[in-house]
Design a binder for this molecule. Structure first.
Ligand SMILES: Nc1ncnc2c1ncn2[C@@H]1O[C@H](COP(=O)(O)OP(=O)(O)OP(=O)(O)O)[C@@H](O)[C@H]1O
Length: 261
């Protein structure tokens, strides 16, 4: 066991059987670790299994074979209360943010504390107001999601996801629908809250190279396999054709100029 690993995959395989009976292999015996307190970006083309990987981590899907550890706990086959306990270690911010339209900003953010803790209202109020202040949302607590900009809604969703002090935050395309300026701001906010709170971050995103500015480690998924890079800069030195194609199409001119043809 690696004590600095927040998550470890060992020889994990996952496939689906399509309607015509064919097996679609999504992950083929992949192994990697997510270092604790750092940011790992998972990239790769459409349909390569990025979201499936996050769902396996949350046990919203089960592996076919292999083992997934969260810290030193094997989560691959746990159920019931044990699984619920592991899930409380995660904060999740998925596409769309999933705020409740009928609840105010304040009530949206307070929800996990009311539902999952024994805290009383004065304590909840203190906690919610503190988070709203960290995310520059003070003064907006009585508004409803429909009255907010897309970027503000994402910030409210992040505030809510942080209420139970997650050890690990999972972000799946968290800036979908935002313009480049807002996208940049949201990622800066992730970096700031992570520096303050110290959580491990896993980000699935197409916002490359923006998201690479935050990445300590990058994983690129391709045809069931994973390539793991200790930093975004390392990617440009890969000689694998699909990685070179990824660099060419997504990483921008700085990298393209360094590619050896
Ligand atoms: N529950 C499921 N049942 C059957 N097939 C599934 C299921 N979940 C995902 N898939 C298939 O697995 C493949 C990988 O899906 P996934 O959502 O992980 O892709 P992705 O890399 O996140 O793609 P994108 O960048 O387009 O979001 C897709 O072909 C998808 O149709």
């Amino acid at each position: 066991m690696n004590p600095a690993a927040a998550i470890s995959f060992a020889e994990v395989s996952k496939s689906f059987i399509s309607r015509d009976g064919r097996r679609q292999v999504i992950l083929d015996r992949v192994s990697f670790t997510v270092p604790a307190g750092k940011t790992t970006v998972i990239a790769g083309g459409s349909g390569q299994g990025k979201s499936v990987t996050l769902k396996l981590i949350l046990r919203l899907l089960d592996v076919d074979s292999g083992t997934i550890l969260v810290g030193d706990q094997d989560i691959t086959r746990i159920k019931g209360a044990k699984l619920e306990a592991v899930r409380t270690r995660f904060g999740v911010l998925f596409q769309g943010g999933a705020l409740f339209d009928s609840l105010s900003v304040y009530d949206n953010v307070a929800l996990p504390l009311r539902e999952r803790t024994e805290k009383r209202e004065p304590e909840i109020r203190e906690r919610v107001m503190e988070t709203l202040s960290v995310l520059d949302l003070q003064g907006h607590e009585e508004k409803y999601p429909a009255q907010l900009s897309g970027g503000m809604r994402k910030r409210v969703a992040l505030a809510r996801a942080l209420q139970l002090d997650p050890e690990i935050m999972l972000f799946d395309e968290p800036t979908t629908g935002l313009d480049p300026v807002m996208t940049h701001e949201i990622y800066e906010l992730f970096a700031r809250t992570q520096a303050q709170l110290g959580y491990t971050a896993i980000i699935v995103s197409h916002d490359i190279p923006t998201v690479f500015n935050l990445a300590d480690q990058v994983i690129i998924l391709h045809q069931g396999a994973m390539d793991v890079f200790a930093s975004p800069d390392e990617i440009q030195w890969s000689t694998k054709p699909h990685i070179r194609e990824f660099v060419r199409t997504t990483m921008g001119e700085i990298y393209q100029s360094q590619l050896v043809e």
